[in-house]
Every structure is written in structure tokens, then in C-alpha cells.
Design a binder for this molecule. Structure first.
Ligand SMILES: [Zn+2]
Length: 1073
């Protein structure tokens, strides 16, 4: 069998290709040619025609295929002239049966439906944030000294019997990148702060300090000597220094996906465990711009007892302060008992600096911020400067004690008080003691604090300054983050399986276990760093953004090296033939390489479309059994070299497995070429194109929106689903939109370019698509003709370029005829769904919420979900309407310290899937929770974790490859393998024999059709028998541990059967052999 020689195989699947090629393009794009970001549409059509010509040349030997393409082009031209196109329905495909059928009816255990279907009952003493939002007037009155607050009065003798205890908690907020890069901050500031900390704490044992970012702490630790390390250990032992949270960073809680939130927490906690033996007790988050209950859940699962948050809407703070409920147990919306509760302190005032933390009046507090002494770099904006304390004024300036009272001259007040420096856990310990709670866990007896459920978005710090801009700022990097997450997860799982496999094999191996572990560690840390609240938020200086982007990009390349070297071992039939040659790897991605493909993936078995570049359209695709697989050849439109053709075929892979496909040069009737049509020049497109697959229809009756209708496959009913674009400007007021703030001038105006778009319609046996090119957007709408998950939704890819604009933001608007009223749903960190209500009493920008994985709206019979491959801001400003901001270009700073606008826009590809589902559940309209369907969960997984394809290097002695399938069956449909992460050895720097198995049992709603979903799994009441699930590997040991492995749950020491409750995320310490 002669293998063809010159295939180019690129990347994983289509989304990654887009992103990678765009990233690589950044340095090569000649901006001067295109100063307005506009594209010459005639030029575009010329390129298309060029491409067709080239395809024709390539196909010269195959008259039949050429004839097909030429005919379609000629047809197109004629039909455009005639004003008619493909006859209706001509693109529908009758014979889409390519795969072993998924069960027609998805088997779901009825018990598994009960969780989402339960009736809602509010906890008796519970506070639901949705109710608080209903209650508040958001009237923004002037609150006297405490802006947005209210005057506080108190009696001198209130604390006579029980002295007021005051804890002063010294902390230092060190952003791992913002106005400077991580390394520059470290060099200029952070290392000196840490060094001073050691000196100053040693001087006086009453002094205390907390630290939270392990990214900085570990860098400092690596550079200090043993003596200093011992001093630090003593400070921690004595309780003078506390590590709070202990994550790699203090993460953004709006844009970060829970995979990355967990990963950065594990990275920090594992570092602490190895180097200091410290187990953090209290979370510390003073700067993220709004707070998510997902983070509260993760901290609780990691074994923390308390947490502190700060940036919360001023009206909410004022309300809680007046109710005396700034301290509460934060409970998950979905939690049916109190198992997710964590004690939370919400800071009461505007900020975490000295003027806003000593008490309610910043003009008094500021007088004790000695950094602001007259003549310094900063001053007190309240115009009463601090005074240096001298022997002459000490009586007047500082509190003094008379009898049992402490007197405050500046407050003209004396009361009974005990003041001390404390760490944040010292404070919580005293709080728990004073209310009769146990020191770490839950309430004892009567609840001492109220229970709060819900989230704390969207944040405003003053007036109408809502921080909803950062949900979208720098969207290019928000997408890049997701690409690294997907690749890192793949690399972690493959690496862990390979280590276990090599151990079982029992012979020494050339596999680079230590080098790969270093690459993984670096990637974890770069991904962790990017979760920082000025990184993924898109709120750093331009060069800091580049620093983050470079780290993400290099880590993507590095984890690919881990993926290929691990896959090489696993698919090799003859293991002794394994070799490691970094300069010439056996498997490659992204390079010019010939022949075979290996595909791997995911915890559920999967059939999915794979697209690779090939250099000839004459290709035969064979599966591992030698059967010919149906394939589609399409032109590659954005490659000026004309060197490649897209080859798409439907691949199948076992759960967590690798498949082997062979591409052979030669004519093959089952490899069919796609057909094309082009439209432009203001042709009335009302009769344009109609693409139908499996009951879904793309129709383009107007020249802006190519998606107008969607059809439900269950009953063939047709719904209006119109996709358009819209512009937002910024207000004419003094304060304008910037990296953080969204301050629009008015409602969006519909995007209507003066020139009509160029439309390309592709029609093929496996997928068909409509590509519409406007001056600022190229939209690709694709329908897959697959009886699998991908065939159930419309794929949307918007390539956005607004580099020529001034103070504009571009949105995608989806208008439907669903009667959703003012209610819609957005996810929080991809972990849970939060019901939302659009409120007229709030300004437009306040009604935008973060969307990490999805936004949906529904009425009694239908749900329309938009699943996303990048975090963006989303809203539903009118009934039936969804809106997503795709990019923003802003010419000014928004006065939150960044000191610049957002003008470093890139050409950015935003990817989505639009899913329309028939709905039968009678979910209560008032319930504060909602769940996606299993199909929706799975569609998100397909979008965010596409197959990764690899090509075998060209060589004469091609060794035999065998598919790899480590599991005998799919994971249950609702069970997600978050990660299988090799644990670092405590003895040396490399990997130990253990891995962290992190599982999430997803909550899902059964009230949707489970017919023909294409899913190849079932549900099992949350149970997995790991030993039975593994094919050749064995479980050597397994123990249930806390999320970040700090605590071992002894009651569950060696579980034979893994069992998770709905929504639970659980970690096991696992050793395979
Ligand atoms: Zn910060």
C-alpha cells in the first residue's frame, strides 16, 4: 500500500486552525494596505474565482469532479442573473447515515431527572439575589460621608459590656500583570514588598500580614536563601504570616472557565503543600470586578471555611449594610441542603485601600494613610491631608486609652475597644467564636448568619458606571485562553495515561516523562496567570496583553509536544520501537506532513467532523479496519498559496481514545467535492440560498442576515431566528466606555453597510455553509449533515475586524419569536446557569452579564441556546432577543487606573453554536436555577474540545499503528472528566505515580426531546465503577480528596465505586498501573 507523500495536515479541528492562523498572521498583516479594516469585495470575489481556478487545475485529471464544480459556478452566475438559485431543498441530504447509529432514544435513568425537576422552595432565612434586585430601587442618592451609603450613628456606651474587637489586616495587592508585566512588577515592587515583610514581621511579633498570589510568592521563594526560607516558615508557624486563598492568582470571576479556575487553585495549593505544608483556610478576593458563586463553591470544595469579597454593586452593599447582612453563608442556587455553604464577609465600602477600610468616612481614614502625606506622589482627594505624627501632636492624632475606653480624637469619640493586627483567618476565628460556631465548619445549632444564594454581577462602583465592558474586552485573547485550556486538558489526560501505560509495560522507555512534565507545569502556570483579574479580563496595558498572549501561545505549542509524544507511545503497536526525537517527532501538528491521522478524544465516545489540509483533492480515507470513509473536499479560501485543500470526514474515537485513519492518494467515489455559488453586487438575495440538513434550514431572504429561520426536527415547526449585527457607540458624557466600563450612547443601531455583502454558498455531502463577507465581519454559518451532536445545531463563526473604527462596539443580535419576556439565562464560569431578568430600572449596560459557555432564552415550548467558544458579554434587551458583544474599540481610558483605551484590536474569530430545542418541562418561572439539556452540554463540549488531529511524519518504515481505547464504555452522559492531572513528586521535581482525577456531574434538564440526539452515552445515577471502566489499566489506589488535594476524606478511603451528587465536583487521588 503506497501512502501518498504530500499531505499537509493542520492543527486540530476548524476553530483552532482559525485561531492559530490568525495569531501567526498578527505580525505579518500589512496594516497600511487596509487602514480602515475594509475589504475589497471585488478582490474577494477575485480570490474566490482564483481558488476555483486552482482547484480546477488540481482536479485536472478528474473530469467529472471538475465538471461538477464548473457547472456550479456557471450555474451560480446564471441563476444570479435570473434571480434564482438552488431549488428549495436541493441541498438536503437523504443519506446522512455514516455512523453506527446512536440510540434513537437516549436512555436516561428517571432518577437522574429528579434533580432538575424538583419544585423550588426558598430557604426560610435565605436571601436570594434575584429578589434583592427586585427590591432595590438603584436610586444612587448621595450618602453623606459614606457615598452611596448612609449616616451611621452610635452610642459611646454600646460596647461597654462587650468591647468592640478591631482587626487591622495588613495586605498588599499585587496584580500579576496590569500596568507592568508580571516580571516587571516582580522586579520593581513585589520582591521588595516580600523582603520587607520578612524584616518587619520579625521586628515585632504583634505584626501580621497576609499574602494570596502564589505566582509571585513561588517566584520569590525560588530566589531566596535557606535562611530566609526558614524565617518565612517560622512566621507562618507563629501565625504572623497567613497565605489566604493560595491560588496561583486572584482570578477574574466573570470570564474564567471553571477548568482554569480549578487548575490555578490546584497549582497554588500543590506548591504550598510541597514547599510550606500550608493549607489555606480563608479566601481573599478584594479586586475581581464582581463575584461568582462558582468561586465560592470551588473554595468550599478545596476545604476553605471562609472567604472575603469586595467589589459588589454599591446599592447591594448599602442594602446589606442596612440589613446587617454583610456577613452570610453563601449557598449555591442548586444546593438542596447546606452542603455548599461557605462563610463570606462582604467588605462594606468602596474599595480595599486605606481611605475606604478604616471606617465609613474616607476623609477621616485618609488622614491616616501616610503614603499620602503632603508633598508625596498621591494625596487625599477629600482635601484633609494626613499629618506626620510627632511628640507634639500624638495626643491629638492617635487613639488613647482612658480607663477601659479608647478615645479617637478625630472622631471625638471614646468607647470600649480591643484593637490588634490580625490575619484574615484571625478575624474569622473571632467571628465564629463570638457567634458560637465551630472554628472551621458549619453553624452549631441556630444559624448565626443569613444564607445568601445567587451571584454578584454586574458590578457598579458609582453612578451608572457598570463594569460590563470587560466581559468582552480583548476577545482575541479570551478565545486563545480557551484553546490552551482544551489542549492542556488533552495533554494532561494523555500524559497521565501514557505514564501508567509505560509502567504497565514494565520496560525502560525513551518517553520524555520529565521534560513533558516541565512543559505541562509551565503551561498550567501560564494558563493560571492568565486567569488573573486584569489578564483574561482584557484590562491590562497593551504590552502586558502581548506578554500574556505570548505565554499562552508558547504553552499551546508546548502542550502539543506533550500530546504528540504521548499519542506516539499509545498508538504504537510495537512499543520497543518508540523513540523520542524532538527535532523530528513521529507525529506532528501544524506542519507539512504526509499521510496518516490519529484522532483522539474526550470522555464520551464521539463521532465528529475532522478537517485537515491536504495537497490534492484526490484522497481516499480509510478507517482502522480498512473501510473507506465518506469524505468531502472543499477549497481553502484564506490561503493565498493555493497549496491546500480541506478534506473533511466524520471520524469516530473511543472515550479518551485515539483513532487511526489513513489517507491515500487516489480517486475515490466516496470522496466528493463541494459545490460553490457566489453572490454579490447588490443582487436581491431574497431568493438566494437555502440549505437544509436534518430538518434545519438556513435561509437568506435579506442581505444582512443569512440565518432567518430554524426548524424543529421533532415536529417540523418553523421559528423565526434572525441573526444580525449591531453597533454601539459611547456616551457623549465626560466618562466614556473603556476597558472596564460599558457606557453606550443609546440602544444599538443595526449594522447596514453601504455595500452589499459577498455571499458564498458551499454545498457538500457532509456539510454545507453560507459565508457572508461584510466590511467588518465575515460570517460563516455551517450545517453538518451528521446524525450526531454536530448535526443538531447551526455553527456560527464570526470573523470580526473593527480596527478602523472609533469608539464603537459590534454585537451579534439574534431575534426570535420566542415569548421569553424579560427572562433569560447565562452561565457562570461554564459551571452553572444563573437566571437573569432584564430590568428597565437599570441602564442598558447594567443588563449585560458575563457569558462563559452559554446564554439562552425560552418560552413554554421552546428553548434557544447560544453556546460559545469564548467568554463575552451577553444580554436579552427585548423579549425573544439575544445579544452578544463581539469586539470593542475604545479611544479613551475609563478612569479605573489603566490609563489607556482599547485600540489593540485583532482580527478575531468568535465561534458559537445555535441550538433550538423543543421543551416540555414545566420549570417554574421563579426558580433561581435552570439547567441545560444533555444535548446542550454535549454541544458545548464539541465546540470547545474539537478532535485533535495529528499526522505521521513521512518515513519509509512506517510502523504499525493501532487505535487506543483505555475505557470499555463511555463515561455517563452527565459525567465530565474535568482533568486527569499528574501530581508532582514531593521528593523530586518530576511527576509522581499519582494523578488527580477531577470529575464533575453536570446538572441537566430532562424536559427536552431525547430522540435522535446523536449521543453515545447513558446516565447512571452519578455512579462510575472505575475498575470495570478501564480496559487494560488497573486502579492501584484511589482515595477521595478535597478539590486541590490538600485534605483526604478518610470516610471514603478507597471507594470501589465513584458516586457524585448532581452538580458535584470531586477529586480523587488516583494511581493507575
Ligand atoms: Zn488587582
Amino acid at each position: 500500500m503506497k501512502l501518498s507523500r504530500q499531505f499537509t495536515v493542520l492543527g486540530s479541528a476548524i476553530f483552532c486552525v482559525v485561531i492559530f492562523s490568525l495569531y501567526l498572521m498578527l505580525d505579518h498583516i500589512d496594516y497600511s494596505k487596509n487602514p480602515n479594516g475594509e475589504r475589497n469585495q471585488n478582490g474577494q470575489l477575485g480570490i474566490l474565482q482564483d481558488k476555483i481556478d486552482h482547484l480546477e487545475r488540481l482536479l485536472a485529471e478528474n473530469n467529472e469532479i471538475i465538471a461538477n464544480i464548473r457547472d456550479s459556478v456557471i450555474n451560480l452566475r446564471e441563476t444570479v442573473k435570473d434571480g434564482k438559485m438552488f431549488p428549495e431543498g436541493s441541498m438536503s441530504q437523504g443519506n446522512g447515515e455514516l455512523l453506527p447509529p446512536a440510540p434513537a432514544l437516549l436512555p436516561i435513568h428517571s432518577e437522574d431527572c429528579q434533580f432538575a425537576a424538583r419544585t423550588y422552595s426558598k430557604a426560610a432565612d435565605g436571601v436570594q439575589m434575584l429578589d434583592v434586585y427586585d427590591l432595590l430601587s438603584f436610586d444612587n442618592p448621595d450618602g453623606g460621608v459614606w457615598k452611596q451609603g448612609f449616616d451611621i450613628s452610635y452610642q459611646d456606651n454600646e460596647w461597654d459590656n462587650e468591647p468592640l474587637q478591631v482587626f487591622v489586616v495588613p495586605h498588599s495587592h499585587n496584580d500579576p500583570g496590569w500596568l507592568k508585566t508580571f516580571d516587571d512588577y516582580y522586579r520593581d515592587q513585589t520582591q521588595h514588598i516580600l523582603n520587607n515583610m520578612v524584616v518587619k514581621l520579625h521586628e515585632d511579633s504583634r505584626r501580621k500580614m497576609i499574602w494570596s498570589e502564589i505566582s509571585y510568592f513561588s517566584k520569590w521563594w525560588d530566589g531566596i536563601d535557606e535562611q530566609k526560607r526558614d524565617a518565612v516558615k517560622r512566621l507562618i508557624e507563629s501565625g504572623q504570616l497567613e497565605v489566604a486563598t493560595g491560588g496561583w492568582v486572584m482570578p477574574d470571576e466573570a470570564n474564567a472557565h471553571y477548568f482554569a479556575l480549578i487548575d490555578q487553585l490546584v497549582e497554588g495549593h500543590q506548591w504550598l503543600e510541597r514547599n510550606l505544608g500550608v493549607k489555606p483556610k480563608t479566601g481573599w478576593a478584594v479586586d475581581p470586578f464582581g463575584h461568582s458563586p462558582t468561586q465560592a463553591y470551588l473554595l468550599r470544595q478545596a476545604g476553605l471555611s471562609n472567604m472575603l469579597i469586595q467589589r459588589v454593586h454599591y446599592s447591594v452593599k448599602k442594602h446589606f449594610a442596612s440589613q446587617k447582612t454583610l456577613e452570610f453563608f453563601w449557598r449555591q442556587n442548586w444546593d438542596q441542603d447546606s452542603s455548599s455553604d461557605i462563610l463570606c464577609h462582604m467588605m462594606p465600602f468602596y474599595s480595599y485601600d486605606v481611605p475606604h477600610t478604616c471606617g465609613p468616612d474616607p476623609k477621616i481614614c485618609c488622614q491616616f494613610d501616610f503614603k499620602r502625606l503632603p508633598g508625596g506622589r498621591i494625596s487625599c482627594p477629600w482635601r484633609i491631608p494626613p499629618q506626620a505624627i510627632t511628640d507634639n501632636n500624638i495626643q491629638e492624632r492617635l487613639p488613647s486609652t482612658y480607663h477601659n475606653s479608647t478615645c479617637f480624637p478625630v472622631y471625638r469619640l471614646c468607647f470600649s475597644l480591643q484593637a490588634q493586627f490580625g490575619t484574615i483567618s484571625d478575624y474569622f476565628e473571632a467571628l465564629r467564636k463570638s457567634t458560637g460556631m465551630d472554628p472551621v465548619g458549619m453553624n452549631v445549632g441556630q444559624l448565626a448568619f443569613p444564607v445568601l444564594s445567587g451571584d454578584l454581577f454586574t458590578y457598579a462602583d458609582r453612578d451608572d458606571h457598570y463594569w460590563s465592558g470587560y466581559f468582552t474586552s480583548r476577545p482575541f485573547y479570551k478565545r486563545l485562553d480557551r484553546v490552551l485550556e482544551s489542549h492542556l486538558r488533552a495533554a494532561e489526560v494523555l500524559y497521565s495515561l501514557t505514564l501508567a501505560n509505560i509502567q504497565k509495560y514494565g520496560q525502560p522507555s525513551d518517553y520524555p516523562a520529565v521534560d513533558n512534565y516541565k512543559l505541562l507545569t509551565e503551561a498550567r502556570r501560564n494558563l493560571g496567570l492568565f486567569q488573573h483579574h486584569d489578564a483574561i479580563a482584557g484590562t491590562g496595558k497593551d504590552w502586558v496583553v502581548v506578554d500574556y498572549g505570548t505565554r499562552l501561545y508558547h504553552s499551546i505549542l508546548n502542550v502539543k509536544r506533550v500530546i504528540v509524544s504521548s499519542a506516539h507511545w499509545l498508538v504504537l503497536k510495537d512499543k520497543p520501537a518508540y523513540y523520542h526525537d524532538p527535532s523530528n517527532p513521529f507525529l506532528q501538528m501544524d506542519d507539512v506532513q504526509p499521510s496518516q491521522d490519529n484522532l483522539w478524544q474526550k470522555n464520551q465516545a464521539r463521532t465528529s467532523m475532522v478537517t485537515v489540509y491536504v495537497t490534492t483533492p484526490k484522497v481516499r480515507v480509510l478507517d482502522a479496519l480498512g473501510h473507506v470513509v465518506r469524505a468531502q473536499v472543499s477549497a481553502v479560501w484564506n490561503d493565498a498559496s493555493h497549496a491546500a485543500t480541506d478534506l473533511s470526514f466524520v471520524a469516530q474515537a473511543a472515550p479518551l481514545g485515539l483513532s487511526v485513519y489513513q489517507l491515500m492518494e487516489g480517486m475515490e467515489p466516496r470522496t466528493e467535492a463541494a459545490k460553490y455559488m457566489f453572490l454579490q453586487d447588490g443582487m436581491k438575495i431574497s431568493v438566494c440560498c437555502k440549505v437544509i440538513h436534518l430538518g434545519m434550514t438556513l435561509k437568506c431572504p435579506e442581505n444582512i442576515s443569512c440565518l432567518q429561520k430554524m426548524r424543529l426536527k421533532e415536529d417540523d415547526s418553523e421559528f423565526l431566528v434572525k441573526v444580525e449585527f449591531a453597533w454601539y457607540g459611547t456616551t457623549s458624557n465626560k466618562d466614556k466606555s473603556g476597558a472596564y466600563l460599558f457606557l453606550p450612547d443609546k440602544e444599538a443601531t443595526i449594522y447596514s453597510p453601504s455595500q452589499p455583502p459577498v455571499v458564498r454558498v458551499t454545498k457538500g455531502p457532509l456539510f454545507s455553509e453560507v459565508t457572508t463577507t461584510f466590511p467588518h465581519i465575515t460570517q460563516n454559518l455551517r450545517l453538518y449533515n451528521i446524525h450526531g451532536v454536530e448535526g443538531q445545531s447551526v455553527e456560527i463563526c464570526n470573523t470580526v475586524d473593527i480596527r478602523g473604527e472609533i469608539n464603537r462596539e459590534i454585537a451579534m443580535r439574534i431575534t426570535s419569536d420566542l415569548n421569553s419576556k424579560d427572562r433569560f439565562f447565562t452561565d457562570l464560569n461554564g459551571y452553572q446557569v444563573q437566571p437573569r431578568k432584564t430590568m428597565a430600572k437599570l441602564p442598558l449596560q447594567a443588563n449585560f452579564y458575563p457569558m462563559t459557555s452559554m446564554v439562552y432564552l425560552q418560552d413554554s415550548g421552546t428553548r434557544l441556546s447560544l453556546l460559545t467558544a469564548q467568554s463575552l458579554g451577553a444580554a436579552s434587551l427585548k423579549s425573544g432577543q439575544l445579544e452578544v458583544i463581539m469586539d470593542r474599540r475604545l479611544n479613551q481610558d475609563d478612569n479605573r487606573g489603566l490609563g489607556q483605551g482599547v485600540l489593540d484590536n485583532k482580527i478575531t474569530a468568535n465561534s458559537f453554536r445555535l441550538l433550538l430545542e423543543k421543551r416540555s418541562s414545566a420549570e417554574e418561572e421563579t426558580a433561581p436555577y435552570s439547567y441545560p439539556s444533555l444535548l446542550s452540554h454535549m454541544s458545548f463540549m464539541y465546540l470547545n474540545h474539537p478532535f485533535i488531529s495529528m499526522a505521521v511524519s513521512q518515513r519509509s518504515d512506517a510502523p504499525s499503528l493501532i487505535p487506543y481505547s483505555p475505557l470499555s464504555a463511555s463515561f455517563p452522559c452527565d459525567m465530565h472528566l474535568v482533568n486527569l492531572r499528574a501530581i508532582q513528586s514531593k521528593v523530586w521535581g518530576g511527576p509522581s505515580e499519582q494523578a488527580a482525577l477531577i470529575l464533575h456531574r453536570k446538572g441537566f434538564d430532562c424536559g427536552f426531546s431525547n430522540r435522535n440526539t446523536g449521543l453515545l452515552c447513558t446516565t447512571t445515577r452519578g455512579k462510575i465503577h472505575l475498575e470495570k471502566l478501564l480496559t487494560d489499566l488497573k486502579v492501584k489506589s484511589i482515595s477521595h480528596v478535597s478539590l486541590s488535594l490538600m485534605h483526604t476524606h478518610s470516610s471514603d478511603a478507597n471507594p470501589q465505586e465513584i458516586s457524585l451528587k448532581p452538580m458535584e465536583i470531586r477529586t480523587y487521588r488516583l494511581q493507575l498501573s
